[in-house]
Design a protein around this ligand. Structure first.
Ligand SMILES: Cc1cc2nc3c(=O)[nH]c(=O)nc-3n(C[C@H](O)[C@H](O)[C@H](O)COP(=O)(O)OP(=O)(O)OC[C@H]3O[C@@H](n4cnc5c(N)ncnc54)[C@H](O)[C@@H]3O)c2cc1C
Length: 434
């Protein structure tokens, strides 16, 4: 079993330029995942020259080439909950941002020259309890009638039409959502950015910046030989998500990094998998500690993911828990060998909302995908870029929303094992009471 992402078989992250020959640029973007690359594309498309992306690892080597490739656009809270937190106007703008992300991502994908294995056969939200099914039904009922048409509620006896398992109490099918190959997608974004004149440097770590008139002087360090350089720039964007280090303390106090694990099976008979997960839809369940799964783009493997562990662990350790749940979900997969097991970091905010904006030192950021960011971070990369360009009415919704900080926390989430255990107990209790 390999401990690298299955996606890297076809799209292993590549280095960008290694030797740094620039001392000035108009925009310096830290992070070459969906956020950073999407922002770079929007800036370059707007005609900004000298846009530079820097990553400490290879291009897209963070979560963007490690995820499940399941694309959707749902917020982890309702409009009513958001209104209490942010006020009605901001809340409705935030919901608009979530609602716009998927269609924006599809538009952006259409501008890419490389294939990304886009499959829009739909997503299945599998209800773990009857109460969860009721909540899904209520959520659908609150939507405008044209949006309700995109969703079907399935009672327990109909679940087999979309998922061959007996463990769920019902499901909601969301049409128009689906899957991509996440590694190919991040590579295609990088190619588009480079075609537009963006320079991508890898193996360089951002160490911090000082203000310099209207702009900044950023310090970068070569990861291998530790040489440091300075670069003058008009704007800086941090798109570091779950990989925020001590050099970005303001973000570290507000974002909680969480490891997420995935496994891929060896190839299995296509017909068997077509029976288990027909049409290769994306599936995720309604548990607090959720599991999500799909088939590989060729339909011959199951890819299974979730937050299998809450202590810092290895990919192999995470794989044990995931395999157990996969076999519980689909007894037909018992004994199937795993070809890959891997992990990556996502980041969560205290209010489960993604945030973006500008810090007091003038540096822009987008952070906290809350576990779900293929379309969201693509869209917010674009939205923050529009804000960086000074376009009107861009300081709304997620951009400029209040980003709550955690007290007694410096970036090391010591409390995660306690919260994880609590969530698991609540999931078990909910099922027991069901
Ligand atoms: C296992 C897993 C499964 C997931 N499944 C899904 C899914 O099915 N659907 C979905 O929508 N989302 C999913 N996600 C979440 C999704 O992958 C992320 O939301 C998204 O990739 C975040 O993109 P990003 O550009 O913000 O961050 P990343 O892709 O994580 O990029 C951040 C980059 O910043 C760089 N960096 C950090 N600090 C510095 C520094 N100081 N200097 C230089 N570079 C720095 C890192 O090297 C990294 O490359 C999953 C994530 C994981 C880990």
């Amino acid at each position: 079993m390999k401990t690298t992402p299955f996606w890297w078989e076809e799209a292993e992250p590549q280095h960008g330029e290694r030797s740094f020959d620039k001392t000035t640029c108009t925009a310096l973007i830290i992070g070459s995942g969906y956020t950073g690359l999407s922002a770079a594309i929007t800036l370059a498309e707007a005609g900004l020259t000298e846009v530079v992306v820097v990553d400490a690892m290879r291009i897209g080597e963070g979560a963007s080439s490690r995820n499940g490739g399941m694309i959707g656009n749902s917020a982890k809270f309702t409009l009513a909950q958001a209104s209490k937190r942010y006020g009605e106007k901001r809340a409705s703008e935030i919901m608009d941002d979530y609602g716009s992300s998927m269609s924006f991502m599809i538009q952006r994908a259409a501008t890419l020259s490389d294939p990304i294995d886009l499959n829009l056969s739909g997503a299945v939200v599998a209800a773990y309890t009857r109460k969860d099914l009721t909540k899904l039904r209520e959520m659908r009922g609150r939507l405008a009638s044209e949006n309700q048409k995109n969703m079907d509620i399935l009672e327990q006896d109909k679940v087999h039409s979309v998922l061959k398992t007996d463990i769920y109490r019902g499901a909601m099918v969301i049409h128009g959502q689906g899957t991509i190959h996440p590694g190919k997608y991040v590579q295609a974004l990088a190619r588009r950015a480079v075609d537009l004149g963006v320079r991508i440097f890898t193996g360089w770590r951002f160490l911090g910046a000082r203000q310099d008139g209207q702009g900044h002087v950023a310090r970068l360090q070569n990861v291998e030989n530790r040489d440091s350089i300075e670069i003058h720039t008009d704007r800086i964007l941090l798109g570091v998500n779950g990989y925020a280090g001590p050099e970005t303390p303001w973000l570290r106090k507000r974002s909680i990094p969480v490891q997420s694990y995935m496994i891929a099976t060896e190839e299995m008979p296509f017909d068997l998998l077509e029976r288990l997960i027909p049409q290769n839809r994306a599936v995720f369940d309604t548990k607090r500690v959720l599991y999500y799964f799909r088939r590989s783009p060729d339909g011959k493997r199951i890819l299974f993911g979730g937050r299998a562990r809450f202590r810092t662990s290895t990919a192999e350790q995470g794989a044990e828990g995931l395999r157990g749940f996969m076999e519980h979900t689909f007894p037909e997969t018992r004994g199937v060998a795993l070809s890959h097991a891997w992990l990556g970091n996502v980041s969560f905010a205290l209010d489960f909302c993604t945030h973006g904006g500008r810090m007091s030192d003038g540096i822009y950021y987008v952070s906290c995908c809350n576990g779900n960011g293929i379309s969201g971070q693509t869209y917010l990369g674009h939205r923050i870029a529009e804000h960086m360009l000074g376009r009107p009415n861009t300081d709304r919704g997620i951009i400029g929303s209040r980003f709550p900080r955690l007290y007694f926390y410096n970036g090391k989430p010591w409390f995660l094992p306690i919260i994880g255990t609590g969530y698991r107990l609540l999931d078990k209790a909910a099922r027991w009471l069901d």
